[in-house]
Design a protein around this ligand. Structure first.
Ligand SMILES: O=C(CO)COP(=O)(O)O
Length: 244
């Protein structure tokens, strides 16, 4: 979900999702991430099998840091998930790899589940350094985290976010597969086999099935299209996996 909208718009999106004919929880896990101010509204009105995520949280124990929201506060409100290290925060707010790693570790220590984002810019892709960049970001997380059970990795090419330029299924598969190999070597074969690696960047109703069919694409982080009825089609793309 996005960083804007009114409560009326949010209610409309939730009612579309609530009315949607989506696969059961053993096929797909749906997590909705509204801006902080709408978390309670979404949590109280969303169909119970879908969960909510905050879009960020503070790096350490709650306390004075005006404007930030702590992991403890999310837990207190019954918010199970948080997205950390989104590329917009990394790039525009200059969140370093280490800072994101610290955030992931602290959020996990408080019992949150984390969608940790990694990804490269267009310049980095064109210079051939995609895997180097993605590995360095993932290493900063791996250095701080021992329990991967509650971590989902989103590979998100920055050049594809909100631009309408989607990575080709082959591009997404290549990076996801490399990232899984990296996890195999640097964490454990079990972490590599079980960690979900989801793709984000201009996912739509039109491209979701082809992307979902790739073996190392385990799901999606959807921005713009999650605000539209086609979000239901994107959720249904999970059936490609069930049938595989
Ligand atoms: O990063 C994303 C959501 O936060 C992806 O956004 P888009 O799906 O709009 O490209």
């Amino acid at each position: 979900m996005a960083r804007n909208g009114t409560s009326e718009e949010v209610k409309k999106i939730v009612s579309t999702l609530n009315a949607g004919d989506v696969p059961s929880q053993d096929v797909v896990e749906v997590v909705v991430s509204p801006p902080f101010v709408f978390l309670q509204l979404v949590k109280s009105s969303l169909r119970p099998e879908c969960h909510v995520a905050a879009q960020n949280c503070w790096v350490k124990k709650g306390g004075a840091f005006t404007g930030e929201v702590s992991a403890e506060m999310l837990v207190n409100l019954g918010i199970p998930w948080v997205i950390l290290g989104h590329s917009e925060r990394r790039l525009i707010l200059n969140e370093s790899n280490e800072f994101v790693g610290d955030k992931v570790a602290y959020a996990l220590s408080q019992g949150l589940k984390v969608i940790a984002c990694v990804g490269e810019t267009l310049e980095q892709r064109e210079s051939g350094s995609t895997m180097e960049v993605v590995a360095a970001q993932t290493k900063a997380i791996a250095d701080k985290v021992s329990n991967w059970a509650d971590v989902v990795l989103a590979y998100e090419p920055v050049w594809a976010i909100g631009t309408g330029k989607v990575a080709s299924p082959a591009q997404a598969q290549e990076v996801h597969s490399e990232l899984r190999k990296w996890l195999h070597v640097n964490t454990s074969p079990e972490v590599a086999a079980t960690t979900r690696i989801i793709y984000g960047g201009s996912v739509s109703g039109a491209n979701c099935k082809e992307l979902a069919a790739k073996p190392d694409v385990d799901g999606f982080l959807v921005g713009g299209a999650s605000l539209k009825p086609e979000f239901i089609d994107i959720i249904k793309a999970s059936e490609v996996k069930k049938d595989a």
